[in-house]
Design a protein around this ligand. Structure first.
Ligand code: NDP
Length: 502
């Protein structure tokens, strides 16, 4: 570490607390207690900015999964949770949001240590978003209702529906936005009255562990929230197969999503899947080029491209193609790559050496197949897992770099010549994914027509972002179901129909 690094680290609020927390022994949180894993196993996590050892964390095995499921089932039967008034649930969730807010600097530093993202992103986007998720869904606890229904058959009935919690839910997280995703998953489940077993990604368990401490302090009944750190192939797989689990909510790769669907079939678990994406960004000839350039660059380079909805395919009308590609390339070349804790860093490392090598393999394969490297940032030598932001042109629809989710800061820019919206939509839709689409235009008619033709769960026009109130999820192989909004909380409920003869 250089002297400059040491100085900027000294200026990071609550870094000392975050490092002290990272250095502690970390157990599993089951049934309201911190417990040793049954097999006494643990694993090491690493700081992506340096590759150095960061933490030692308990590894949950099958017996721990059994214990966590049993604890969650007991919580579902415990009147302390099952009969808690919705307004009390809401207050507990708000208290958790308050606790996160009170510890926001420490949480942000932990997130950066664990994931590598720039501290400013953690502190000013990921943590505030996580807190907003909790507050938004706290409001839903008192607003989940059934309906009364007029029946046309024989007899006279009072018919209505009840909306009940789905039960014990396993929530499996990826590493790219650990705290934002943890709260996006636990908030609706708690609002609906479910009991949770959370499994963070093996690379990024620290903020979830600290969150469990806050949940304990806030006073949720024992067993309502359980935390299992461990590996997907063991703890994750055991959770998704477990007959005591009623629902699985998963965010991660499409490949693991397929495993989960198969495993969930054993007892027909309810399943929500947020999977991969290959989001098209479309720039029509009338677009405000300057805003489109800035938006396209942000869409692919934020979080080092490790975003399911990253705008990784840029389709630009040929009238604007050179201007937009040069603009995005200039931004790529000016991005300051560095450790997330260093002041002024705009892009941190990717999560691991495997991820860095995977992204670099995609770039090399694209270039090997005839793509042109239009420009790349300066990169960074030495320790840590850095990938320079990269812009490619002359790709074809058959190349892996154009088809597959890279999950890195790599953009394929493609020119189109015609104004036929059907053809533009067909090119943008030529992907097995359908998570998002982005459109830059001031042409109202073209905007409305294209929005309807795009096969994507979220379409953003001239900006716009994530919001807890706006449903988020994918068409096609980008997933099943929706998170956020009414749909997000209703996915944690079952409908019970009741008919009473009167
Ligand atoms: P995975 O899909 O493997 O991991 C996501 C989560 O699933 C982790 O908690 C993981 O645990 C767990 N998991 C892994 N295998 C199983 C299983 N059989 N049963 C249950 N849970 C399991 O993503 P990777 O970390 O391997 O990343 C690979 C690629 O996936 C990325 O390059 C990217 O393309 C894509 N990805 C997409 C994300 C998105 O938001 N759409 C997020 C993350 C990755 P563990 O970490 O312990 O293995």
């Amino acid at each position: 570490m250089t002297e400059a690094d040491t100085m900027t680290r000294a200026a990071v609020p609550s870094l000392d607390k975050a490092l002290a927390f990272a250095g502690q022994a970390h157990n599993l949180y089951i049934g309201g207690r911190w417990v040793d894993p049954r097999g006494d196993a643990s694993f090491t996590t690493h700081d992506p900015a340096t590759g150095a050892r960061l933490a030692e964390v308990a590894e949950a095995r099958v017996e721990d999964v059994d214990a966590a499921v049993a604890s969650a089932r007991r919580a579902m039967d415990d009147p302390a949770w099952a009969e808690m008034k919705p307004a009390v649930r809401a207050r507990l969730i708000h208290r958790l949001a308050d606790a996160l807010e009170a510890n926001i600097d420490e949480m942000a530093a932990l997130e950066t240590l664990d994931n590598g993202m720039p501290l400013a992103d953690a502190r000013h986007f990921h943590l505030p978003y996580a807190i907003e998720q909790l507050r938004y869904y706290a409001g839903w606890a008192t607003k989940l209702t059934g309906e009364t229904i007029d029946i046309s058959g024989g007899g006279t009935w009072h018919a209505f529906t009840l909306r009940e919690p789905v039960g014990v839910v396993a929530q499996i997280l990826p590493w790219n936005a650990p705290m934002a995703m943890a709260c996006a998953k636990i908030a609706p489940a708690l609002a609906a009255g479910c009991a949770i077993i959370l499994k963070p990604a093996e690379q990024t368990p620290l903020t979830a562990l600290r969150l469990a401490q806050l949940i304990e302090e806030v006073g949720f009944p024992a067993g309502v929230f359980n935390l299992l750190t461990g590996f997907g192939e063991t703890a994750g797989a055991a959770l998704t197969e477990h007959r005591g689990v009623d629902k699985v909510a998963f965010t991660g790769s499409t490949e693991v999503g397929r495993h989960i669907l198969r495993a969930a079939a054993g007892n027909f678990k309810r399943v929500t899947l947020e999977l991969g994406g290959k989001t098209p960004v479309i720039v029509l000839p009338d677009a405000d080029a300057e805003r489109a350039i800035e938006g396209a660059a942000r869409s692919i380079f934020t979080n080092a491209g490790q975003v399911c909805n990253a705008g990784s395919r840029l389709f630009v009308h040929h009238d604007l193609f050179d201007e937009v590609v040069e603009g995005v390339t200039r931004i790529a070349q000016s991005i300051r790559l560095g450790p997330g804790l260093e002041q002024g860093t705009q892009m941190g490392p990717v999560i691991s050496s495997e991820q860095r090598d995977r992204v670099m393999r995609y770039v090399a394969s694209g270039i090997g197949e005839g793509a042109t490297l239009r420009g790349a940032g300066p990169g960074r030598e030495g320790e840590g897992y850095y990938v320079a932001p990269t812009v490619l042109t002359d790709t074809t629809g058959e190349m892996a770099v154009r088809r597959e989710e890279i999950f890195g800061p790599v953009l394929c820019a493609i020119s189109f010549a015609d104004d036929d919206l059907d053809r533009i939509a067909a090119e943008a839709n030529a992907s097995e994914y359908g998570l998002g689409a982005v459109l830059w235009t001031n042409n109202l008619k073209a905007c409305h027509r294209l929005v309807r033709k795009l096969k994507a769960g979220t379409v953003r026009v001239n900006g716009g972002g994530l919001d807890p109130a706006l449903p988020f999820g994918g068409f096609k192989q980008s997933g099943w179901g929706r998170e956020n909004g009414r749909e997000g909380v209703e996915a944690y409920t079952e409908i019970k129909s009741v008919a009473i003869g009167i």
